[in-house]
Design a protein around this ligand. Structure first.
Ligand code: MN
Length: 411
């Protein structure tokens, strides 16, 4: 190796290490989004390259630190999508998924050419659990360690940002798992990931795994620790938070929690918990919470996957209520029945739905909003008509006008 090339390599490695140490010391939680890769793996969620660019730009506005842009070796469409993002997505690091195969790293290098070196990376994975070793890969522990060392080192010769994740980590023997991480970091991995690939952990067990890793991987301080949880038991967000409490630096999430099987940890939920509970976690993130609902709505529209109406943070009815007592309280002060206000997450305001459970105050409020007579007799008349409506009917403005214009009984 020439003197200059050697010097260049040493300089790059010094800068890489300084960046890692900066992130480790800052205590910030870095969001790595995988909507465009794991999210897209959800049946029916297929996105066109132009859709992916639109979502990537919205993720950039929301403040994610990095985004898993696709799996170049898996499809031409993924390559096309990543190439569209190059040069346009400026702040987040764009990472491409790779197996521990040199040709996958080359495909990622090709897809990401033109992106500044510190804003492009690869994320390598190989199954490490007994199930993956015996049935999927038919490789021994030693063969897998050798592959990790060789391919991570190859990736580090082409990329400044190199993540390595042992797939099915949560079902891998802890000593072997730590050995995989040690080899990956020695070979140049800048981030090591802990994926709960089949979503099997509880928060307590997730925290235990992460503490074991930090205690037993001797070179751990040279890398960032990332977590990736699936929601098969409805615990992905809780496990992600346990990971943060146990010292994870990077959390991998998807918008609306979409993803393989029951999905992934939902970005908007993790971001809101951190925002509202700084006193507990003591960790900031760069997520702009006012961008969350617009981001969730964009992903819904482009993937066609609609969350449940009551989905936390972004469900379409979470700021709507029909209950009289709640409506009365909300009109006096919105905080009476809300954990956070709609504008905090970029949602449009409260919706006081008129229905069988509504009270006088909400009815009068709506009549006033529509510029109609809101005197006591008008309110009582409308309320009586509403109570006789069939189950499930929600009143839009036109219906309210129509009912309010009907002649009152006895009038
Ligand atoms: Mn996954």
């Amino acid at each position: 190796m020439s003197f200059l090339a050697d010097l260049g390599r040493k300089l790059t490695s010094t800068i890489k290490n300084a960046v890692i140490q900066h992130h480790r010391r800052s205590g910030a939680v870095l969001f790595s989004d995988t909507t465009l890769r794991d999210g897209e793996q959800m049946p029916g969620a297929t996105l066109e390259p132009a859709d992916k660019l639109e979502i990537a730009l919205a993720l950039e506005r929301a403040g994610v630190h990095s985004l898993d842009a696709g799996f170049p070796a898996s499809s031409e469409q993924d390559v096309a999508a990543i190439q569209m993002m190059v040069g346009k997505v400026k702040k987040p690091v764009l990472t491409a998924l790779c197996r521990t195969v040199k040709a996958d790293v080359d495909a990622a290098d090709f897809a990401l050419r033109g992106q500044p070196p510190h804003k492009r990376g690869v994320s390598l994975f190989i199954g490490t659990s007994p199930l993956h070793r015996e049935f999927k890969l038919q490789k021994s522990r030693e063969e897998i360690l050798k592959l990790i060392g060789e391919t991570v080192s190859y990736a580090a010769s082409k990329f400044e940002v190199v993540a390595f994740s042992p797939e099915d980590a949560s079902r891998t023997e802890i000593e072997y798992l730590c050995e995989c991480y040690r080899v990956a970091i020695d070979a140049g991995a800048t981030t090591i990931g802990f994926p709960d690939t089949v979503g099997i952990l509880t928060p307590q067990k997730a925290g235990h795994f992460l503490r074991e890793i930090q205690d037993n991987v001797p070179n751990i301080e040279r890398a960032l620790l990332a977590v990736h949880f699936h929601n098969d038991l409805g615990l992905a967000v809780a496990n992600t938070l346990a990971g943060i409490e146990a010292g994870a630096h990077v959390v991998q999430c998807t918008v609306n929690g979409i993803g393989e099987r029951a999905g992934n940890a939902s970005l908007e939920e993790v971001a809101m918990v951190l925002d509202l509970h700084f006193d507990q976690y003591g960790r900031r993130s760069k997520i702009d919470t006012t961008q969350l609902v617009p981001l969730c709505e964009l992903v819904q529209r482009l993937t066609g996957i609609r969350p449940a109406p009551n989905k936390p943070v972004c469900g379409p009815t979470i700021f709507a209520t029909e209950a009289g007592i709640h409506q009365d309280g909300l009109l006096k002060n919105p905080d009476t029945y809300l954990p956070f206000r709609p504008e905090k997450v970029g949602a449009t305001g409260l919706q006081l739905v008129l229905g069988r459970h509504s009270g006088r105050r909400a009815v009068a409020h709506r009549l006033q909003e529509l510029g109609l007579d809101s005197g006591e007799p008008a309110v009582i008349s409308l309320l009586e008509q509403i109570k006789q409506l069939p189950k499930g009917v929600m009143l839009d403005d036109a219906t309210v006008r129509e009912l309010a214009s009907r002649p009152r009984s006895g009038a």
